[in-house]
Ligand binder design. Structure first.
Ligand SMILES: NC(=O)c1ccc[n+]([C@@H]2O[C@H](COP(=O)([O-])OP(=O)(O)OC[C@H]3O[C@@H](n4cnc5c(N)ncnc54)[C@H](OP(=O)(O)O)[C@@H]3O)[C@@H](O)[C@H]2O)c1
Length: 392
């Protein structure tokens, strides 16, 4: 039995991970769960999996009702709460793998705690790799744990480079659906959160859906690929592929390019990270019918129309704390956009201005990067306030 902790079990990735763990219940046992506030989802998962420990925010609605509920319905389950609770849950529960499906930088400390207690990481959360990728990879190597990618593109690259000599990789080519606005020719400043939340191929959490609409998601993924596969950022290429059938490619020095194809469903890469190095049958994945696919299209990405993509490459080229600053400013700006406080086009402007204000800060090391992240969030908040007052 493989013991698994799922952090962010009520989210898009978390729920799909739970589906897989249930399908493979004779092979996987879920020993820990966390949500931020969705107590009803958590109650159902506790009944299904009977975990040893769980964690949620103390500020969650009905927190005191929930405490009573757990005493009656699952008295052996240990309850942790808050950011510190997440670290305690991860460190104290014995497990083989941590599924990191929390959104944003909040996942950093629990992931570090998991690595230090020798758990492999099935990594969905890309923000922490952007923020502190080199430090996390170093820590994982020191503790002898594996970082197994869950993002579909990185899983594709992982699958296409298995058993190959990594020195023979020429380029990694990440595919991108292009999001809802790839062909949009209207005024980007008029794009509302409702429109931006309608992704053409993937059903995901709110933050990543907005990142997909600005193409920041692909920029974050390019940085993630550079860190996970040890290639300089200029060898991570992007191609728009609206059908999302090819999930990414690895191009080798002899001109061969290996690709991984499947119908778009995150349960495939999640399952692969959980069962690696084995493959298991899945009732969720619709088999690919190549003859029924009318066409597979590919386009160059438009860096002018999607400035966030360019900003991510600049941050990676600058190195030091710039990727952490890019990520912190983006998380802050996306939240403000979702709250209706700023325009769609303000997201890139706020990220760019924050990056400029912190240019040249060459911080490395987890503590310094956390410091840079907090300072960048503070600055982004004040830029958001000015953007807001311009809108009034
Ligand atoms: N969704 C996808 O298809 C997909 C694909 C590739 C990569 N990813 C990456 O996977 C991560 C999760 O994405 P998602 O789409 O699953 O997000 P999501 O649907 O928004 O779910 C986020 C999960 O994390 C919890 N959470 C949010 N903020 C938290 C905090 N500050 N502290 C503790 N828990 C917190 C949420 O709890 P509540 O529900 O209680 O708020 C929820 O369980 C992201 O980093 C994303 O980039 C997602």
């Amino acid at each position: 039995m493989k013991k698994v902790i799922i952090l962010g079990s009520s989210g898009s990735i978390g729920l799909q991970t739970a589906d897989i763990c249930l399908q493979l219940k004779d092979k996987i046992s879920v020993v820990g769960l966390s949500v931020r506030s969705k107590t009803e989802v958590l109650k159902k998962q506790i009944k299904t999996f009977k975990p040893k420990a769980i964690c949620l925010e103390e500020s969650a609605d009905n927190f005191s009702n929930f405490k009573n509920w757990i005493k009656i319905n699952s008295p052996k389950t240990k309850l942790f709460f808050g950011a510190v609770g997440l670290e305690k849950l991860v460190s104290s529960v014995e497990a083989d793998t941590l599924v990191a499906a929390i959104v944003g930088a909040a996942a950093l400390k629990p992931i570090i705690a998991a690595i230090k207690t020798k758990k492999n990481i099935a990594l969905a959360n890309k923000e922490i790799v952007v923020m502190a990728g080199a430090e996390i990879m170093k820590l994982a190597a020191e503790n002898g744990v594996s970082i197994l990618p869950v993002d579909s593109e990185h899983s594709a690259v992982f699958q296409c480079s298995r058993g190959e000599d990594k020195k023979q990789i020429k380029n990694i080519i990440l595919t991108a659906s292009g999001g809802p606005f790839y062909k949009y020719d209207g005024d980007f400043s008029k794009i509302t959160a409702d429109k931006a939340l309608k992704h053409p191929t993937w059903k995901m959490g709110r933050k990543i859906t907005i990142d997909s609409a600005t193409l920041m998601n692909k920029g974050l993924e390019a940085i993630e690929a550079s860190v996970l596969f040890g290639l300089p950022i200029d060898r991570i290429k992007i191609v728009i592929h609206p059908q999302s059938i090819i999930h990414s490619l690895v191009e080798y020095v002899d001109g061969a390019a290996l690709a991984q194809l499947s119908n778009p469903d995150m349960r495939l890469p999640i399952q692969y990270a959980l069962t690696y190095p084995r493959r298991m049958p899945s009732k969720f994945i619709k088999p690919l019918n190549l003859a029924a696919l009318s066409k597979l299209e590919f386009f160059e990405p438009d860096f002018k129309k999607f400035p966030c993509l360019k900003l991510a490459y600049s941050a990676a080229n600058a190195g030091g704390a710039q990727p952490a600053i890019l990520n912190a400013a983006n998380e802050t700006a996306v939240e403000a956009f979702l709250d209706g406080r700023i325009l769609f086009t303000d997201i890139a402007k706020i990220v760019e201005k924050t990056m400029k204000l912190f240019k040249g800060i060459k911080k490395t090391g987890i503590d310094s990067l956390i410091e840079a992240d907090l300072a960048a969030r503070k600055k982004a908040h004040s830029l958001i306030e000015s953007a807001e007052s311009n809108l009034k």
